[in-house]
Each structure stands twice: as structure tokens, then as C-alpha cells.
Design a protein around this ligand. Sequence first.
Ligand code: ADP
Ligand code: MG
Length: 384
Amino acid sequence: MSTIAGDICFDKVRKEYGRVTALEQLDLQVAAGKRLVLLGPSGCGKTTALRLIAGLERVTSGKLYLNGQLANDLEPGERNVAMVFQNYALYPHMTVWDNIAFGLQVRRVAKEEIKARIKAALAILGLEGLEERRPRELSGGQRQRVALARAIVKQAPYFLLDEPLSNLDAQLRTQARTELVRLHCKLNSTMIYVTHDQVEAMTIGQRIAILASGVLQQVDTPENIYNCPANTFVARFIGNPPMNLLPGIVKGNQLFLGEGLKLTVPGNWSAWILGKSPNKEIKVIMGLRPESVILKEEKIAEGECLPVKIIWRENCGKERLYYLAAGNKELIASFSESRAEPRGGELWLAINWNKVHFFNKEDGNSLGYPWNAQKLSLNAGVIP
Ligand code: ADP
Ligand code: MG
């Protein structure tokens, strides 16, 4: 079962509902056949973006292109979009077969063709044998698959999924997300997958676009989003437990973290950071992922470590978490199997400067990375 994919382009798209601005100046492109995940907290505008593509809402301003053609005024039926809604929206009185067939019958697809497409979809989604059941006779996972089947038989160039796994329990969700990626590889359509779950985003997306309050924060590969977050919002949203953020001031080669805590910043970093400011000092936020926190039992040299106290330990099975206090600042450190854990309650936190992030305190934007100026892309735009 395959289709001819098309590309999607938002060009300064704005969407208002009365006084609510759901999307601001959205510039986003998805190349044909690729898989983009739209990620962000509830209310950030994800569903709105999908509804605009499907033609269920009209843009307030800006341009939306489908397959290179301006689509602002196209009717939903002219857009060739298959969408799976968050609540599945199955017809309760129809059987599984009829639920899947309905859209095709409306489009007057030939009977034999409908049969062939449904059979293929049932096989791909493991729904064979359930054709005569009604939605209420299915489990949550099966209903979700029927909703997917109904979308894929359309063989549309655009496949939009709005939090399709949110009603499934955790185990089923993990399995279903792998299946979805495999399914997409078979379909060859352009897929936008909406979720508020960062793990789903990291595992499903070839690119991830992160939205906050209707504003696009970053578009990039999962790897770059994790390693080079564009700002403190992305830094905290991706990663669990989230990145530790410590505000401070860089003066010369010193980072002052308050309460007498200070660190000596290596030359490449201090030159890089101060190069971003016309002044001799700059207010920053230092970011440290929990897995990059180094703890030592003995003090190393002055300026190379911070005294920390362990407040609490948590055993999560695959990792252990340490809740730490450095002065009045709190941090989390995580230790997996392979990482040695220190003993004692009063320890020293040392820094691996290759794993540090710096953000500008003023606007929260990343100051970049001295060893790779290219890596940080606020908007990687077109998916290659
Ligand atoms: P998400 O899917 O990320 O949770 P939505 O796109 O549903 O976010 O909503 C974005 C914003 O637009 C929210 O503030 C929401 O309340 C508002 N909104 C969405 N749909 C409507 C509507 N039909 N009328 C008024 N406001 C809406
Ligand atoms: Mg939504």
C-alpha cells in the first residue's frame, strides 16, 4: 500500500480564535515522505496546526502550501489529507469494516478497490478477524488501530496524527509507537505526528518541532534537540529528569554562581561567552544534564568543583537519582549501571566542560557551543 507523498510548508502562518492567538508566525517545512513530530505542552497550538493542514480551520494570515501549491482556500476534500483524531471519532453503530470503508464509499471508490485496500490495512494493523465488531466491542488499542486503518486506506499524501496513542496504557504505547514508525515506512506519505510526550517525540520523529504558546522554539533532529537545545524551554522540556539550570555571571574566566560559589571556565568557553556580549561580563544560565553531573568524594582544585550536599536518593531501577544542594541551588544527578556512584553525604561536583550548556539569562537563548558553531539551528527548516 503506497502513496505519492507531498511536502508541507507553513509560511508566516498565524491563527487566531477571537482574542486567542493559537499560532504566531509559524515558519515550518516538511519535505515529502518525511516524519515530523510536533511537540509541546497542552494548549501550545499543535492541534491547530494539524487542523489548518486538513482544512478544518482557515489561517488568519500567512500562507500554507501543500505540494508547492497555495492551499489557504482549498476545501478539506480538495486537500487529500488523512487525519487521525485524538479521540478516534469512530462511528459507534458501524462495524470495523464499515468504519474503515465509509470514507472510501463517500468518495465513490470502486467496490473491489475498497475491499483490497481494507484487507491490506487490516493485515498491516493486525485487525483481521475483527471486521464485524463494533467499536464498543474493542479494546482501546484495537480502536486506535481501526482509526489508523481508516486513515491509511485513504492513501493520502499527508498523514496527520493527533496524539493517537494518548488513550493507551504505557506498555501498549511503547509497542504502538514502534508499529507506527514501521507503518510510515511502508506508506511513504508525509507524516506529522502530534504529541506532548517527549519520549514519543524522540523515538518517532526524524525531525522534531517544538512549540510553546503558539511560538516555534526549535526544529531539528532528535539528537540535536537533545544535545544542542536552542533555549532553556527546549532544554527543560526534553530530557527526564530535566536539565539542571544554574544562573550565574561570567566575568573574565570566572563563573560566579552566588553564595561564594565559583568555577574557573576554560579559555575556549569564556572567550566564546564573552564574545557574545559587548560588556566584560554577562549574566548566564549554566545547563547541566543530570547524567553529566560528576560527583567526587574529595575536593579537586579550587575553582574546579563545587561543594554539594545530598538531600535525597531515589532508586528508579535502571538509574539512581541524587537530589543535591549547592548553596541554595538544587540539582539532580543520575547514575546508570555503568557509572560509579560516590559515597557519603557531602560531595564535590566537578564539571565536564564538553557537556555544559550556556544560555543568555536575558532571553534564555543558547549561547551556542565553541567547538561547533554550526550545530545550533533554531530552525533547520526543510527536512533533507
Ligand atoms: P494543543 O493541541 O497544543 O493542546 P490547540 O491547538 O488545541 O493546542 O489550542 C491552542 C490554543 O487555541 C489554546 O489556547 C486553545 O484554548 C485555543 N483554541 C483552540 N481551538 C479553539 C477554538 N475553536 N476556539 C477558541 N480557542 C481555541
Ligand atoms: Mg491538541
